[in-house]
Design a protein. Structure first.
Length: 326
C-alpha cells in the first residue's frame, strides 16, 4: 500500500474542520414539525438528509420533495453523513460509545445489512443510482510523513459481490496520459456512472487537485482536468457538479460549478458563498448542497444547474442531502 501524504496544509485544515463539523452535535435552532410514519429509502418523491435541529440533531430524516421546508419524518438512526439511492442507504456513524466510526449499509427500511469499521473521520458518502455501489471518504491521521496532519482516504464497496476497495491509493494511476506513482496521492468525493463500474473522483498530488475517471473492475484511474473537487454526476450522465478552489487556493474558499463532459464547458452557479460540500443532483436541473451556520449548524440550499437563478433555502436545519426520486 502506498504511503499517504497531505497535499496542502491549508486545504486539509479547512477540510478537517468541515469533517469535525459533520460530527458535531449543536444546532442553532430547532425544527418542531415532524410527520408521522417511518423513514423509507425506497425510491419516491422525497429528499433524504441529516437533521441538525435541536430536537433530533444527527438523525436521518426525509421531507416531501414538493414541500422541502414542510413536515419532516425523523428516524431513530443517527449518522455523521448519509446518502441513499435505489433503495440502499449508506450511513457513516460513530461506532457505539467508542470514539471510532463505521460504515453501515442500510436497506430501504433503514435496517443495517453490513457494518465496516472506518479508520478516520467521516466526510463524504455516495451511492450509485442502482443502489449497488457505495463510496465514502474519511480523514485520517498518523501518516509518518505529515506530522499528524489530516489526509484523505476513499473506499468503494460492491454490495452485490462484496468486493471492497478500502483505498483508491492502490489503483494504477495515469496522469496526463502517463503512468504515475507518488507517495502523496489522496482521493476523495467519489460519484458513480450508470454502469456500476466506472466512477469519477478527486485526486490530489504535488499540490494539485484533479478530476479523475476510475474503473472499479480494472482498478485504474486517469486524470481528466485540474481544480475539480467533490464531483457529482448528473442523472443523465452528461454533467458533473463540483466545487473548485477560488484561484486554485483552498484558503480562499470554494465555488460551485457544473462541467459539461462532452463540451468541456464549465458553468458557474449563482451561489457565490464558499461551499465546502459534495453537491447532490436533486433532479436533472437542480443542485443541492449543505451550508453551515456555525459549528453543528447547517441548512440545505439549492441552485439551478445552468447558473440561471439565485440560490434558495431548501431544507432548514439539515445537511447531507440526497434525492430519493430515481
Amino acid at each position: 500500500m502506498k504511503t499517504r501524504i497531505i497535499v496542502a496544509v491549508v486545504g486539509v485544515l479547512v477540510l478537517a474542520g468541515a469533517a469535525i463539523a459533520y460530527v458535531g452535535f449543536a444546532s442553532a435552532r430547532s425544527h418542531d414539525v415532524t410527520a408521522t410514519g417511518a423513514v423509507s429509502l425506497a425510491p419516491g418523491p422525497r429528499l433524504l438528509f441529516r437533521s441538525t435541529a435541536d430536537a433530533d440533531r444527527g438523525h436521518v430524516a426525509t421531507v416531501s420533495a414538493a414541500e422541502p421546508g414542510g413536515p419532516r419524518t425523523v428516524s431513530p438512526l443517527s449518522c455523521a453523513r448519509v446518502y441513499a439511492a435505489g433503495g440502499t442507504g449508506l450511513c457513516l456513524r460513530q461506532d457505539g460509545d467508542l470514539t471510532t466510526y463505521q460504515l453501515a449499509v442500510l436497506d430501504s427500511g433503514l435496517g443495517v445489512q453490513r457494518e465496516i469499521p472506518l479508520v478516520g473521520l467521516p466526510n463524504r458518502a455516495r451511492v450509485s443510482a442502482s443502489g449497488r455501489m457505495l463510496a465514502w471518504t474519511v480523514f485520517v491521521t498518523g501518516d509518518s510523513y505529515n506530522g499528524g496532519m489530516f489526509s484523505t482516504r476513499a473506499g468503494i464497496l460492491d454490495t452485490a459481490t462484496g468486493d471492497l476497495a478500502g483505498t483508491l491509493e492502490d489503483y494504477a494511476v495515469t496522469l496526463d496520459g502517463r503512468p504515475y506513482q507518488a507517495a502523496d496521492l489522496n482521493f476523495w468525493g467519489v460519484t458513480f456512472t450508470g454502469d456500476d463500474r466506472h466512477f469519477y473522483a478527486t485526486m490530489s498530488t504535488a499540490g494539485r487537485r484533479y478530476l479523475v475517471a476510475g474503473d472499479f473492475t480494472a482498478h485504474t484511474i486517469r486524470t481528466l482536468r485540474e481544480n475539480v473537487e467533490c464531483p457529482s454526476l448528473s442523472p443523465d450522465g452528461t454533467r458533473v457538479a463540483f466545487k473548485s478552489a477560488v484561484d486554485g487556493d483552498p484558503a480562499r474558499g470554494w465555488r460551485l460549478s457544473v462541467l459539461d463532459l462532452a463540451a468541456s464547458k464549465v458553468t458557474p452557479l449563482a451561489e457565490t458563498r464558499s461551499v465546502d460540500d459534495q453537491p447532490a443532483w436533486l433532479d436533472d436541473h437542480t443542485i443541492g448542497y449543505g451550508l453551515p451556520r456555525g459549528p453543528g449548524h447547517a441548512d440545505v440550499w439549492s441552485a439551478p444547474a445552468d447558473g440561471s437563478g439565485p440560490p434558495r433555502l431548501l431544507i432548514p436545519d439539515a445537511e447531507s442531502p440526497a434525492a430519493l426520486q430515481p
